[in-house]
Design a binder for this molecule. Structure first.
Ligand SMILES: Cc1cc2nc3c(=O)[nH]c(=O)nc-3n(C[C@H](O)[C@H](O)[C@H](O)COP(=O)(O)O)c2cc1C
Length: 168
């Protein structure tokens, strides 16, 4: 197996996406690869990497996909067009939130087009009402109790398949 250099980068408001990014990073390291895990805001270059894995938290509203547009379409559009990219979105798949996996992944892919990821998955995240801002509590999630739906087996399984997918 050839060792690759991967960047797992994420945006987050409430801390679930970086936890998942970290688990993906650990999986890739265990498979013998060199991995950095970093907040999108702190990434200044992609030069050191063979491929990039991007974590995107899903929020209802105009700022819904965080920094992904800025990261993928403005700051690093040229670099990302030349390297394999995989996406994991993180959301809570509540009926009341009108989100389903196909809708969410299609929206994320639209946000980074013309970059075409080798894989786009949606993982369940967490919600801790104690961490929400006033406006977030006010939003339509106010009826949702504290929840943690992170499915570590699904996350680890996706991470195991990544080196093969990103071998572009
Ligand atoms: C104000 C608010 C709006 C949200 N809207 C959605 C949504 O539209 N669809 C969805 O699947 N999850 C939604 N979520 C759930 C978040 O995606 C989930 O909490 C995720 O773990 C957030 O990632 P983060 O912890 O990295 O910020 C929402 C959460 C909050 C607090």
């Amino acid at each position: 197996m050839t060792e690759k250099r991967f960047l797992v980068t994420y945006a987050s408001q409430l801390g679930s996406t970086p936890e998942i990014a970290s688990e993906i990073g650990n999986g890739l390291r265990k498979a013998g690869h060199a991995v950095d895990v970093a907040d999108m805001k702190g990434v200044i270059s992609l030069e050191a990497y063979d491929a990039v894995i991007i974590g995107v938290p899903i929020y209802a509203g105009p700022r819904g996909l965080g920094d992904i547009g800025n990261f993928a379409k403005k700051r690093f559009s040229g670099e990302l067009a030349r390297m394999p990219v995989a996406i994991f979105a993180v959301g809570l798949l509540y009926e009341g939130m009108k989100s389903d996996a196909a809708y969410v992944t299609a929206n994320v892919e639209k946000a980074i087009a013309p970059i075409v990821p080798v894989s786009t998955v949606l993982f369940a995240g967490t919600i801790d009402p104690g961490k929400l801002s006033f406006w977030q509590r006010f939003a339509n999630i106010s009826t949702i109790p504290s929840a943690d739906f992170q499915d570590w087996d699904a996350i680890r399984a996706w991470a195991r398949g990544l080196p093969g997918l990103l071998n572009g």
